[in-house]
Design a protein around this ligand. Sequence first.
Ligand code: ADP
Ligand code: G6P
Length: 483
Amino acid sequence: MAKTIIISNRLPVQLQIDNGRISAIPSVGGLATGMKSVHSEGESLWIGWSGLTEEEIPEELEKDIDSALAKHGSSKVKLTSAEVDGFYYGFSNRTIWPLFHYFLEYSEFELSSWETYKAVNQKFADAILEQADDDDIIWVHDYQLMLVPQMVREKRPETSIGFFLHIPFPSFEIFRTLPWREEVLMGLLGSDLIGFHTYDYERHFLSSIRRILGLEVSFNDIYLDDRIVKVDSFPMGIDYAKFSQAAKKHRDLPKKEQSELQSRLNKHKESTPDAKFLLSIDRLDYSKGIAKRLNAYEYFLNKYPQYKEKVRLIILAVPSRSNVPQYQLLKREIDELVGRINGELATVSWTPIWYFYRSMPFENLIDLYTSCDIAWLTPIRDGMNLVAKEYIATRTDRSGVLILSEMAGSANEMNEALLINPNNFEQIADTIHKAIQMPVKEQKDRNEVLQKRLERYNVEKWANDFMRSLTDQRDKDPAYVTR
Ligand code: ADP
Ligand code: G6P
């Protein structure tokens, strides 16, 4: 039976070796959390990097590593530490990530990283070619693997290949600054279908195809000599049932079974009944606007001093890409900002910011989502932002307010949230005030619409839509039909 092969840099789990013992921890990030639900539902094999370099895997543990991954329906691509440096920390996260998020000044254009990116993409393509049967469907994910579709197509012209980009595709003016822009576009065009989160990213991509490659584009179709490539937008959903059911279970939990975090949150709520918790959860990434958010929070507390001692901001930042200098600088900046704001504004009974810098188990994420009155997410640029959707899904009594940056892809589908411009501190301060004052009836009305939409367009529907479109494309393509 034909299967789907999912290929991404991250697998659903990351392996670690501690004193000869292998452990698997869930991967963080929208791609992994979203695709995990799709993967566990169906017949698929997931190919990716285990998180360990070749040098870190002793020969005698190789088989155990493979079986640990097999338990998650996964198979590994082996990468040396030099490859991880050039491909992952280098071209993927020092060139493409900043460029595609409009941080042009952070983008480095180094030939050696590009060369490693190409070589590692070839490794992923070879792993696919080794494991895929002729009628399998190949689904490649994200900016780390943009050359893979063409590399597979060269060897298996008849294979059905889909590609989904989980980050923004920038405007032509930004994309054109990439020295290897033609190669990247040609790599993607090995696909039959290319998917984006939003219509804007799709238009940006088509504009680059026209202006850089000079290809004919009609509506969503790109005409190559021998094939048609379709481009479309598929806004990624979440596993709605997983989040709402976890929240329901959480609500019914007897007090003595609650987590330590939950008891601490409860204690604070009981001691100050009119207190409000504001929550933000992100990977520690400059695209998420965490430093700006902290400054905006200070601005808010100064503009509305009546909320001092009443409002608390909980920031959960998960460590990410900590070998890249920009991330190290950001970590330092955030540590300093939290220290300064708390130092200047705290009182004996009030700490304005609770800052956690770690990954948390799923149960604790649910503790936070369900306990916080307001979720406040301020990315400067974000492909989608699933945290916004997860927060809404956990509000089983429909109370709660979402304040969301209009620069997040998810803002397109979440008009009932309070949308803000992350650079406009005045607007942000007024919006937090509005959120705190919002009548419960209005909160529930807004969340009802959001919940219904998220429940309908969940991650399973997203994956099915993409797959259906890929199959239709293959059946429609005259080149495929005559093959
Ligand atoms: P990105 O993909 O850029 O990281 P998203 O908001 O789309 O941003 O996805 C983040 C995912 O990672 C969400 O599914 C969220 O639940 C998960 N996550 C974020 N922070 C943590 C954390 N501290 N611990 C565990 N999971 C986290
Ligand atoms: C974003 C990207 C993913 C990536 C994730 C976590 O969601 O789109 O491709 O896996 O961030 O980042 P990391 O570098 O840890 O894989």
